[in-house]
Write a protein that binds this ligand. Structure first.
Ligand SMILES: NC(=O)c1ccc[n+]([C@@H]2O[C@H](COP(=O)([O-])OP(=O)(O)OC[C@H]3O[C@@H](n4cnc5c(N)ncnc54)[C@H](OP(=O)(O)O)[C@@H]3O)[C@@H](O)[C@H]2O)c1
Length: 348
């Protein structure tokens, strides 16, 4: 039997954040190691994911079906790459690496049927929360099922280096598109162009960002893969080509807000632009596309293994720093998909 610590550290919420979370909104508490019933496994966390949807879970004003509000004092929810340390499931053995919704804690008890296997031959463990995890699958579904992107078309990707964006951008390039990304610094934009293969990448913090979008997309945008919302969304919308597709994947710019920003009602502008441009707006929810996972793993996983597809994580070390990792991600200080490494004694 594998060694198990005496206590389970859990990262919880002390209070609900008001705007951008602060590190003291979070608190590590200690609890007992969970018991497991028949069919369950006890896992230790190796990597936790830090995804934008987790911010939605810690805001009562944003409680929605797929992201109910996390109670104060309960571990923050989220997927993790885990190692099985006890098993009462017929097909899962001690030592196996798996992914599952373990939350932000050292140990979790989950039903074995709720776990997915992690194939270390495709990519390192951390990539199974990013490019090869839920964010990558989201990008794959958006590009393959909704975008209808054709050879030579211009695809615009916000949050271009993140878990979703880096995969969406690289898939769009593979489909023969011209791909324009958005990020938040010159260094990140350089990486997007030099390493991820974007044709151009624009710094959303630049004072002339709107002008840069128009200049980088002279014929207009055919597909806007929207990850950000806010000013980035409006800049893209003003540059859409007629009959363009707008894939609404996420609106991370607003996840720290309890209410819509004050100001005039912009819905008439929005609807007029959609109507005049004959735009097709499609909502994307990854939960509709779990059945694509085998094809996605085979295609994108295969390219990662062969070194033809880039994956990069922003790794923060230590459960106690998970709150800071979330703040970094929400403020754009992450450089790649944000994950927290919990243990040192597992393969990288
Ligand atoms: N619909 C679905 O099923 C689904 C599934 C997964 C994710 N999503 C959504 O997809 C989006 C990307 O998720 P991810 O996991 O790939 O996150 P991520 O890109 O790894 O991290 C979030 C990024 O958002 C950007 N950002 C932060 N504040 C911003 C602002 N005010 N304006 C513009 N950009 C801002 C930052 O990138 P830069 O610094 O590079 O700009 C930051 O790195 C999120 O909106 C998420 O909610 C949707």
């Amino acid at each position: 039997m594998s060694a198990v610590n005496a206590v389970n550290r859990q990262m919880t919420l002390r209070r609900y954040p008001d705007g951008v979370p602060r590190e003291d909104d979070f608190a590590v508490i200690e609890s007992a190691i969970p018991e497991i019933a028949d069919g369950e496994v006890l896992c230790r966390a190796i990597y936790l994911t830090v995804d934008p949807y987790i911010r939605v879970h810690i805001s009562p004003s944003m409680s929605i079906g797929y992201a109910p509000t996390t109670p104060l004092g309960a571990p923050i929810p989220g997927e993790a790459v885990l190692q099985v340390v006890r098993s009462r499931h017929a097909k899962i053995r001690e030592g196996d690496y798996v992914a599952g919704f373990g939350g932000w804690q050292d140990y979790c008890a989950l039903h074995g049927d709720a776990l997915r296997a992690v194939d270390l031959s495709l990519a390192p463990l951390s990539a199974h929360l990013g490019s090869l995890g839920m964010p990558g699958l989201t990008a794959y579904a958006g590009m393959r099922k909704l975008a209808d992107a054709k050879l030579g078309e211009t695809v615009f990707v916000s949050a271009a280096l993140g878990g979703v964006g880096a995969v969406a951008g690289q898939l769009a390039k593979l489909q023969g598109c011209r791909v324009v990304g958005v990020s938040s610094s010159a260094e990140k934009c350089r990486y997007a162009v030099d390493e991820l293969g974007y044709d151009a990448c624009l710094d959303r913090t630049a004072p002339d960002f709107l002008g840069q979008v128009a200049a980088a997309c002279p014929g207009g945008i055919d597909v806007n893969f929207e990850n950000a919302g806010g000013e980035v969304f409006w800049a893209a919308l003003q540059n859409m080509k007629a009959y363009g597709r707008v894939i609404i994947c996420g609106l991370v710019s607003g996840y720290n807000d309890d209410a819509p920003p004050p100001g005039p009602d912009l819905s008439p502008n929005l609807l007029r632009t959609i109507a005049l441009g004959r735009l097709v707006v499609k909502g994307l929810m990854v939960a509709d596309y779990w059945d694509l996972r085998p094809a996605f793993l085979q295609e994108v996983g295969g390219m990662i293994r062969e070194g033809r597809f880039k994956t990069r994580e922003y790794v923060v070390t230590g459960l106690e720093n998970a709150g800071r990792a979330m703040i970094d991600m929400l403020e754009g200080r992450n450089f790649g998909k944000t994950v927290v490494r919990i243990t040192d004694d597992a393969p990288l």
